[in-house]
Ligand binder design. Sequence first.
Ligand SMILES: NC(=O)c1ccc[n+]([C@@H]2O[C@H](COP(=O)([O-])OP(=O)(O)OC[C@H]3O[C@@H](n4cnc5c(N)ncnc54)[C@H](OP(=O)(O)O)[C@@H]3O)[C@@H](O)[C@H]2O)c1
Length: 294
Amino acid sequence: MTTYAISAVTGRYGKVALQQLLSNIQRGVGIADSGKDSVIALARNVDKASASVPQGVEVRAADYSDPAQMVTALKGVDRLLFVSSQPGAAVPRLRQHQNVIDAAQKDGVSYIAYTSFAKADSAKSPLAEDHQGTEKALKASGIRHSFLRNAWYLENDMAVFKGAAAGRPLVYSAGEGRVSWASEKDYAQAGANVLVEAEPAEVYEFGGTPRTFAQMAQEVEKVTGKHVDVKAVDDAGYEQALKDSGMDEGLAQVLTSFQTMMRAGELDVDSPDLENALGHAPEPMSEALKNAIA
Ligand SMILES: NC(=O)c1ccc[n+]([C@@H]2O[C@H](COP(=O)([O-])OP(=O)(O)OC[C@H]3O[C@@H](n4cnc5c(N)ncnc54)[C@H](OP(=O)(O)O)[C@@H]3O)[C@@H](O)[C@H]2O)c1
């Protein structure tokens, strides 16, 4: 019997991963003694989690910022799907993550699958720093682990693609940089599948077929049958376009830094890992766009 836990089950990733894990166990895709495995849903906000978690699944309080609560939360857990926290909280994200790893060590958790960042070992983006620190901490912990290095959620840029579908120009400064967009659902299902692998790999580079923004414009054209006006600009022009649209300067700078990161190829992941972990091809781009645009 294996006791699985998934953290941050109130988030979009955690919700899908939990459904997928329950389905895996129901179908007998557990690592051993299938049918007797159990699942614990971990959440910072237990009331919020209880409203969405299927009946019969134990919900435990698990705020990464609270080291003692994390120790209680991980009692008896064998395998943990550890969903990375969000940056910008009072307790720095890397400290939060260290709390989870320390608690897992104390509780004898035998395996952790952690949602990391594309090519974390070589990534230069500031966005990767906490993930690099967490990978290092996991290695140092001696706990068996997998790094689920998720490239880029399609949902991050869906508003831009929907705008293009609605006739607005698709403005970008990422140049010919390719991005391995895939839907968050696929990343989450793949993560839950890895969690039940008998012999999980240490590193998974998850991402969809790499595409440039110009190629994404073509995908939108295919789905809508309408021409998309593409505007390739430099970073200064991109930031200005965001500010002209009413965005505040801070957010415009952050979004521009994402374009710089994309231009540098940091989210270009040409790997079969996502398809292999899913057991089927990721959701076709045309389908994902069609559903979102509809
Ligand atoms: N690769 C990419 O493109 C990409 C894009 C976006 C996000 N991400 C990463 O993926 C993670 C999951 O994404 P998502 O779409 O599920 O985000 P989301 O829907 O915004 O959910 C974030 C989750 O993190 C939980 N959380 C935040 N702080 C926490 C803490 N201190 N302790 C425990 N749980 C905490 C939230 O709990 P509450 O419900 O209580 O707020 C929520 O469950 C993000 O946190 C981020 O690290 C990656």
